[in-house]
Design a binder for this molecule. Structure first.
Ligand code: LLP
Length: 419
């Protein structure tokens, strides 16, 4: 789904909403992450709109983009949040998010994180092991609280995606084997401090096909019926996130609307609140990484375009062989295409954004936009090679909001002491 005014060419130059990216780079420097407020809000609203007529809660997966400005845009639209750490909850609260709409996922929650979440009164915990269930029960009981819980079960569905972001098979570390769920729910029912009210799963990420999601939904609905017959009053069905986005212009991902329509039919009339945890499908397309060409170098038979962003800024190509479209900020019909590797300055052969990519010839100083970088971009960045991390800019119409200032060399050594 394309939000109309996010990234478009205007008068030969790429703009984000009403702001020219060339002018933005001149003022704020590069590399820079640029996000469209409209792009983020409209994708969240597409979920809300599709779910309007059934009880639901859309919890943005904070791990995809945890910048306070992004979270606060979503909080103002009424989003809930899916967190996987105490740090993410801290961010949600700082951004004005409502703790009563927060679900806490994650395979290894610490007691301190659980206590913090209980004290803040979050909506529920997606519990991933019996160990966690016992810890949660003890911690909640000691605080005189009762936690609403769901067990995250592993429905053993092949998500058909990159192996690093597939999570729903029996061989993965996530969740509880669906075959053991009945017994563990029965135990949970009798533990102090917890009420089992939900079932949850998340089978993987960047899913382009609806089939695995529906297969998981069907298995989860069958589980709900089994649990109900066992006397567990299940009220929430959380199907996680996972909807893919078009990293390639030829990808045809499923829309939030189509997914929701299919699921809605299945859960209608069953007395369930549908919870979803989308991350990527809300923010990926609403962000780019803006970078400047440092030099163009010819080695043996290859051309390398060396840009000022690197794997430390956006690791997805290096880590998942991910494809990101890379487009010039200034359109120039008079230059020929070249085939080049587009790489960063980091001292690693794995530091690349694209191999053998056909792009319009570029010169030092030209700007490129690495597209679909709003999800799992900045959040996975590091200071490798002692490179200060880029700034993050949120565009709202004509206005530029510095959502995170560029790091400085002083930031690099903050907290360190020489010996
Ligand atoms: N819920 C749970 C429990 C998750 O583990 C995830 C993602 C989500 C929701 C959100 O999934 P989404 O809607 O964003 O697909 N770094 C990888 C992606 C890792 C996803 C981890 N879990 C990447 O850059 O592709």
């Amino acid at each position: 789904m394309l939000a109309e005014s996010e990234f478009n060419y205007r008068g030969g130059g790429l703009a984000c909403e009403g702001v020219d990216l060339g002018a933005l780079a001149a003022e704020y420097g590069t590399p820079a992450y640029v996000y469209s407020r409209h792009g983020i809000a409209s994708r969240f609203c597409a979920y809300e709109e599709a779910l309007r007529d059934i009880p639901h809660q859309v919890c943005f997966a904070v791990k995809a983009n945890s910048n306070l400005a992004v979270l606060s845009v979503l909080a103002r639209e009424g989003a809930g949040f899916d967190i996987v750490s105490g740090g993410e909850l801290y961010r949600v609260l700082a951004a004005g998010g409502d703790p009563s709409r927060v679900v806490f996922s994650g395979v290894g929650k610490t007691e301190a994180e659980i206590r913090f979440a209980l004290q803040q009164g979050i909506h529920s915990f997606n519990c991933e092991s019996e160990f966690e269930l016992d810890l949660l029960s003890r911690t909640a009981a000691s605080l005189g609280k009762t936690a609403s819980i769901a067990l995250r079960v592993n429905p053993d569905v092949d998500a058909v995606t990159h192996p690093y972001i597939s999570t729903g098979l029996r061989e993965h570390k996530f969740g509880i084997d669906i075959a053991h769920a009945g017994r563990i729910y029965a135990r949970a029912k009798n533990l102090p401090g917890v009420v089992p009210e939900g079932v949850s799963c998340h089978i993987g990420s960047q899913l382009l096909d609806v089939k695995p999601l529906l297969e998981a939904a069907d298995k989860m609905l069958a589980l709900v019926e089994r649990l109900r017959s066992q006397g567990i009053a299940v009220r929430y069905l959380d199907l996680g996130g996972g909807l893919g986005v078009p990293y390639r212009s030829t990808d045809r991902p499923l829309s939030a609307r189509t997914l929701v329509e299919e699921i809605k039919n299945r859960i209608a009339g069953r007395g369930l609140t549908l919870m979803l945890e989308p991350g990527r499908s809300i923010v990926a397309e609403a962000g780019i990484l803006l970078t400047r060409v440092l030099l163009v170098k010819n080695n043996a038979k290859k051309t390398f375009v060396i840009v000022d962003a690197a794997m430390n800024d956006l690791i997805r190509p290096s880590l998942y062989q991910a494809h990101h479209e890379i487009v010039p900020v200034k359109q120039n019909a008079s230059v020929e295409d070249i085939t080049a590797d587009i790489v960063g300055p980091v001292c690693e052969t794995g530091d690349f954004f694209a191999h053998g990519r056909q792009i319009a010839a570029v010169e030092p100083g030209d700007l490129l936009a690495i597209r679909t970088a709003g999800a799992y971009g900045f959040v996975l960045s590091s200071n490798y090679n002692s490179r200060p991390r880029p700034c993050e800019l949120l565009i709202d119409g004509q206005a530029v909001h510095v959502a995170r200032r560029r790091e400085t060399w002083e930031d690099l050594i903050r907290g360190e002491v020489s010996f």
